[in-house]
Design a protein around this ligand. Structure first.
Ligand code: SF4
Ligand code: SF4
Length: 286
């Protein structure tokens, strides 16, 4: 069973909650940190990382001997990743999506696919938690290939998998939550929180994912998130009040469930409830 923990924006406590779920489980779970632009779940989980692999993505290379400077590849590239400079075609690797349209358009076969290193993945263990994360290389803009590589680290995993999705609602989030069984949406009771929750619900529904909401810092702000959830039939699975010490422990990379036994129990109960909603921990192969 794959549970993706997502929020339409950063700063809602998504990683704090995702890691707390894994720590509260106290049984084997797989944790995938798919926030490859800012992976920080490892700070809370402290895995011993034993595997590191580079991640490559395809980009074209121009054979200048074979190129006739016709410009068809430049016109074919929807991502503006090719530039005609006089008689030379330049590949802007950071903008290339590896779609291959340019090679199809080229009448002389002057474009061949090469591999460009775009980031890395690491994996290891922290007690009962099997862990993987990835990081986008400096100056790299294409997160999805690194996210896919993180999700492919344990293809035969059966049992519960927790995915810490990136913030936002763009391509990286779609890549991270796609294929999940359930989306836990972390929100906060503010106008921004409501706005981003709405967008994330649209994403989850477009992908046909079951979802439920956690309202973090539920005692601050107003009740519009609660009302929206009622109107949309979204179950609010947990309300977490503002706990000032959580931020202090967070700065020391200590999960709140390591200090507050009652919240560890509640996070474990939340995990069980999601599993029950999905018909038990039935295992899932991605
Ligand atoms: S592979 Fe696609 S995105 Fe990359 S340069 Fe070619 S057409 Fe553009
Ligand atoms: S389509 Fe091929 S031949 Fe034409 S400019 Fe591009 S690489 Fe050169």
């Amino acid at each position: 069973m794959i549970i993706a923990v997502a929020s339409g924006k950063g700063g809602t406590g998504k990683t704090t909650i995702a890691t707390a779920l894994a720590l509260a489980a106290e049984r084997p779970v797989l944790f995938l940190d798919c926030d490859v632009e800012e992976p920080n779940a490892f700070l809370y989980l402290k895995p011993e990382l034993t595997v590191r692999r580079p991640v490559y993505r395809p980009v074209p290379e121009v054979d200048e001997e074979a190129c006739t400077s016709c410009g068809r590849c430049v016109d074919a590239c929807a991502y503006h990743a090719l530039l005609a400079l006089g008689k030379t075609v330049v590949v802007l690797k950071h903008m290339c999506h590896g779609c291959g349209a340019c090679a199809i358009a080229c009448p002389t076969g002057a474009l061949r696919e090469t591999s460009h290193e775009t980031g890395y993945v690491e994996a290891g263990r922290a007690g009962a938690i099997t862990f993987a994360h990835g990081e986008l290389g400096i100056g790299e803009a294409m997160a999805p290939p690194v996210i896919r590589a993180v999700k492919e680290m344990y293809p035969d995993w059966e049992g519960t998998c927790i995915i810490d999705a990136p913030p936002g609602t763009a391509c990286p989030v779609l890549e991270a939550v796609r294929g999940s069984d359930f989306c836990l949406l972390v929100s906060e009771p503010t106008p921004f929180g409501l706005h981003d929750l709405r967008r994330m619900v649209e994403v989850a529904r477009a992908l046909n994912l079951a979802c439920g909401v956690i309202i973090n810092r539920c005692d601050l702000g107003d009740d519009r998130v609660e009302r929206y959830c009622r109107e949309e039939g979204l179950p609010v699975l947990l309300r977490i009040p503002y706990l000032p010490e959580v931020a202090r422990w967070g700065a020391e990379a200590i999960s709140f469930v390591a200090r507050l036994e009652s919240w560890k129990t509640q996070m474990a109960a939340l995990l069980s409830r999601v599993e029950e909603m999905l018909g038990g921990d039935r295992g899932h192969q991605r």
